[in-house]
Design a protein around this ligand. Structure first.
Ligand SMILES: *Cc1c(COP(=O)(O)O)cnc(C)c1O
Length: 379
């Protein structure tokens, strides 16, 4: 019997079972409790920021982060087109309109030069931009020093979408510590998981306090139910925070495993023409190696390799389809070069999870090798 090999399956075991069981036995089943407080402290400490607010998803963290930046209804939120829809959805939840800027062709991350051009053009047209949201794609931190400089020059605050980059760093600084605030995700397929969850990270106490308040239906701290504003039901449960704490304790070893998976693909592709590993540029040691993607010169190879692996029940996935090409965002403004579309057409993500065992990895590599040979991707 064969079992499906997934792209990035949850990596949970005895440590997670023990942690969840202890939380259940403690009686703190719902909603909040000491595990949530400890999880917030531990993630904030790991990233090196003052405050963490544990939430039900990364999307909720983006939404409340934008709210904390005072994103005004009717304004624009400028973000990368090469990302998951959640980044832009959160801007819509906050009452704003996403405006899409293209990525750098080498990294897939928001291009600082294009961002500068876009903000200059929008200002000249009299448009109000209330936030810039760069995304650390596939675990590679964006060019945040330059992006922060460009945004500051235009007087626009930055919220980082670090949903994919927990544990990564840039210039010695941890992902999640840049900008006014950052959002991380603990969705089931991310580098670590609470089955579903997220966290807003910030040094700004006011943003954290406000996010915490509105995440619990904006209930005021009095004996009866008193509400002075509209709130959300966005908090993470105590049980899931217990799962998150066990995962956080294993984060470094899970990242190391993902790097070893990437090393295997690197060795396999070494010397073959017409293919490269995205982010394999000598700088990827600071990535968390969340997903390993390959980019083929010939877009036809994406389909043939994907189909060959699917026939053996091995999951692969196309890279993000740029948001400016998505039907739901077809009328949104954009400043694009085609770089994101190029990655979408030429890229394929390979099984990358830390739960991927050596036998499964051997199986993926064997099948991939023959698929590449058949497609003519040789040395
Ligand atoms: C996963 C992800 C999100 C959303 O996180 P959820 O926890 O699934 O809501 C947002 N942005 C990016 C770039 C992501 O990959």
């Amino acid at each position: 019997m064969t079992t499906r090999i997934h792209l990035s399956a949850p990596d949970v075991g005895d440590a997670e079972r023990a942690s969840v069981d202890a939380a259940l036995r403690s009686g703190w089943v719902a909603p909040l409790g000491p595990e949530v407080d400890a999880f917030e402290r531990e993630v904030a400490e790991r990233v090196g920021v003052g405050h963490g607010v544990a939430l039900s998803s990364g999307t909720a963290a983006l939404h409340l982060g934008l709210r904390g930046l005072r994103v005004a209804p009717g304004s624009l939120v400028v973000t990368s087109t090469f990302t998951f829809a959640a980044t832009a959805n959160a801007a819509v939840h906050a009452g704003a309109t996403p405006y899409f800027v293209d990525c750098r062709p080498d990294t897939g991350n928001l291009c600082p030069d294009l961002l500068d051009e876009a903000l200059t053009g929008l200002a000249a047209a009299g448009r109000v931009v209330s936030a810039v949201v760069p995304v650390d794609i596939y675990g590679r931190v964006a060019d945040l020093e330059r992006i922060l400089d460009v945004a500051a020059a235009h007087g626009v605050p930055v919220l980082c979408d670090s949903a994919e980059s927990l544990g990564a760093a840039r210039g010695g600084r941890a992902a999640g510590s840049f900008g006014r605030a950052s959002a991380v995700s603990f969705n089931g397929n991310k580098i670590m998981t609470t089955s579903g969850g997220g966290m807003l990270l910030t040094d700004d106490a006011e943003i954290a306090v406000e996010a915490r308040r509105v995440a619990s239906q904006a209930r005021l701290p009095v004996a009866h139910y008193e509400h002075a504003e509209i709130g959300y039901n966005y908090r993470l449960s105590n049980i899931l925070a217990a799962l998150g704490r066990a995962q956080l304790g294993r984060l470094d070893s899970m990242i190391a495993r993902r790097h070893r998976v990437r090393d295997r693909y690197r060795a396999l592709l070494n010397g073959r023409d017409g293919v490269r590993i995205l982010h394999d540029d000598g700088l990827d040691a600071a990535d968390n190696a969340w997903l390993t993607s390959v980019v083929f010169d010939d877009p036809a190879v994406v389909a043939s390799v994907g189909a060959a692996l699917a026939a053996d029940d091995i999951e692969t996935r196309r890279l993000w389809k740029p948001l400016h090409l998505q039907p739901v965002f077809r009328s949104n403004g954009r400043h694009v070069t085609g770089a994101g579309e190029e990655l979408f057409r030429h890229g394929l993500t390979l099984p990358s999870g830390s739960a991927l065992g050596d036998d499964d990895l051997d199986c993926v590599c064997g099948r991939l090798e023959s698929a590449l040979d058949e497609a003519g991707v040789r040395g």
